[in-house]
Design a protein around this ligand. Sequence first.
Ligand SMILES: *Cc1c(COP(=O)(O)O)cnc(C)c1O
Length: 404
Amino acid sequence: MLDITKIREDFPILKREVNGKPLVYLDNAATSQTPQQVIDVIVDYYHNYNANIHRGVHALSQEATDKYEVARQKIQKHFNARKSYEIIFTSGTTHSINIVANGFTTLLKKGDEILVSAMEHHSNIVPWQMLAERTGAVLRVIPMNMEGELLMEVYDELLSDMTKLVFCNHISNALGTINPIKEIIDKAHAVGAAVLIDGAQAAPHIKADMQQLDVDFYAASAHKMCGPTGVGMLYGKEEWLNKLPPYQGGGEMIAEVTFEKTTYADLPHKFEAGTPNICGGIAFGAALDYMNHIGFDEIAEYEHGLLEYATQELLKIEGLRIYGTAKDKTSVISFNIEGLHPYDIGSILDKLGVAVRTGHHCAQPIMDFYGIPGTVRASFCFYNTKDEVNTLVKAVARAKAMLE
Ligand SMILES: *Cc1c(COP(=O)(O)O)cnc(C)c1O
């Protein structure tokens, strides 16, 4: 059992008030809060060893380089990658996906097919559309049902020897659906296609095992898992990372430069042009330490309890509909109340100290599918409590009474 009272002590921001009310932070799917343990690591970096990495012979530079590379190994270990250089530091999931989408420009030809799921975040749609435009490849969509589950039998039909790439999120940020990614990966491999899994929403809840999944690429952002913004990772299988051309040119990613020709550095540096977010990378490692210390199994179990309780209590409100009722889902609840605009509900919740997200959640195709402009989304983290769920439910009921 998690000691939530103790865990909450780690997060200074949870003590603050908003509009004179105690903050109830339920926008964790957009970004999670940062524990003191991670904040301390950030402060320590700037207090004690702020320096550029991989360059200087001086002590600070070596210390920063060591800590940065240790962080990479922590990420490798957490995601069970075979090699540490299969972990590329990026600015986040969006950047990670763009590295792969850009890299495939040289590997696709006209008529090749790219499959993408119907429940993607815009950052896992737009780069592939741009790739399709550049190469003449065709983008096909794996549809979903009203519960927000992918139609796997249609996926089977879409797969063929024309399929070169499959892109899917591990967990939908708008619906909370946990997708059957192992099955998706195995079936794609059976026709010779590569798979990128967008793990941005899954990484805070599920410890994904790269070798067990046998996935080709996996992307995640630190800021959704107790780390800072502006840093994330791309896992790529060594053979794929070797095949892809670099994304950006610059310092740090080269082996040798003359005006005639440049040879690229080995992995992972080939994809890490310029000075990276050094402090962020180190703090990402600290965030993984923090979450692993709590334990992912414990987190999943606790959050599942919150999800069930919140679902049950919210559904007691008349006219409230939840979007995303997959059998397998994480602690994200997207909902609307009949006749009310999600934005109006969100604004009243904010006045009552409850932070939720309203809108299309960067997943407009999902909203189009349901024929709605957007939803109110409450997303829970392991530091949220049943009391906070009660506050949410009361606030929603109050918003409904005020708006009707
Ligand atoms: C948040 C999110 C992204 C984008 O992550 P960034 O950190 O903004 O790059 C992509 N996909 C999913 C499923 C997300 O939840």
